[in-house]
Ligand binder design. Structure first.
Ligand code: ZN
Length: 298
């Protein structure tokens, strides 16, 4: 919840008005938008606190609540919908790096892992795995999300464990059901568990660029702001990792994102990161920063 609070604190009006304002903006914004900030309303700000902060009486507050109700219902989902020439792509944050991607009647999971319960979700047509660590490669979740026809594409190091996966290495591209799936590098430049070692060695893990209906979606995998990321072109939506000690801090992530300039950036795999720092690092860049809840209570 921390990032929601910090997001609201960047607005200068009283908290409740800020939330309603933000909700209104999101409601009216472009096709990519989904409101999120006012999700904190029911959980964090009881009426009394709102009244105290806004200096308003019960009746105006009530009216504002009535106004906010449909928006609250709208915020029940974190799913993002991106229009493409081949139809909409729906992307739902599950937990940390685990992501659900739906398009053309097909279901794709990126890095399905605990604590998400896949037994209650649609079965996968395709599973993509970026790396060998447990928050990306989880045989139990892969089993729960799979049906007999499920295909799995994974970094070669993953195939040693997930033996039914087809390997896709850095620089390789596969076509699948209208998608183009390109594996791109993801690795540490300097951070590791001990001197001379890295958490993620170059060549082992994948990021992915997924193209569907002309839209290019980038999932960074676990990486620092490597030259290959900075050189990316024409990314519509970028999902970029940040967390220490394993990947990079939010200021470094923002700086790398500025270099390749996606239209929209969505932090993911961001546990413990101050996303206000990431937002501030991209102020004035023209890149839309969209914050989703990757850490719901499970
Ligand atoms: Zn990770």
């Amino acid at each position: 919840m921390t990032h929601y609070v910090s997001h609201c604190q960047t607005l200068e009006s009283p908290p409740f008005l800020s939330l309603v304002c933000r909700a209104s903006l999101d409601w009216a914004a472009d096709e990519y938008s989904r409101p999120y900030a006012f999700k904190i309303l029911p959980g964090l700000l009881p009426l009394e606190v709102l009244a105290y902060h806004s200096g308003m009486k019960t009746i105006p507050l009530f009216i504002l609540f009535i106004f906010a109700l449909p928006l609250l219902a709208h915020a029940a989902t974190q799913t993002q919908v991106f229009d493409t020439a081949a139809g909409p792509v729906k992307i739902t944050p599950l937990f940390h790096a685990s992501t659900l991607i739906e398009a053309g009647g097909k279901t794709i999971y990126l890095d399905p892992a605990k604590p998400t319960k896949f037994s209650g979700l649609p079965k996968a047509d395709l599973i993509l795995i970026t790396d060998i660590h447990g928050d990306h490669m989880d045989p139990d979740s892969i089993k729960d999300a799979s049906k007999p026809a499920t295909e799995i594409f994974a970094a070669p190091a993953v195939v040693a464990t997930v033996t039914n996966a087809k390997p896709i290495a850095n620089g390789e591209t596969k076509s699948w059901q209208g998608w183009t799936i390109e594996a791109v590098p993801a690795y540490n430049l300097k951070r590791g568990p001990s001197p001379g070692k890295l958490f993620h060695d170059k060549g082992r893990g994948n990021g992915y660029i997924l193209t569907y209906g002309g839209k290019r979606l980038y999932f960074s995998g676990d990486t620092e702001g490597i030259p290959e990321m900075r050189a990316l072109k024409n990314i519509d939506v970028a999902f970029v990792c940040m967390n220490l000690p394993y990947t990079m801090p939010p200021d470094e992530a923002a700086e790398a994102v500025r270099a390749f300039h996606p239209k929209i950036v969505i932090p993911y795999h961001s546990r413990g990161s101050d996303l206000a720092v990431f937002q501030k690092g991209l102020e004035g860049s023209g890149i839309e920063v969209r914050l989703l809840d990757w850490y719901p209570d499970k």
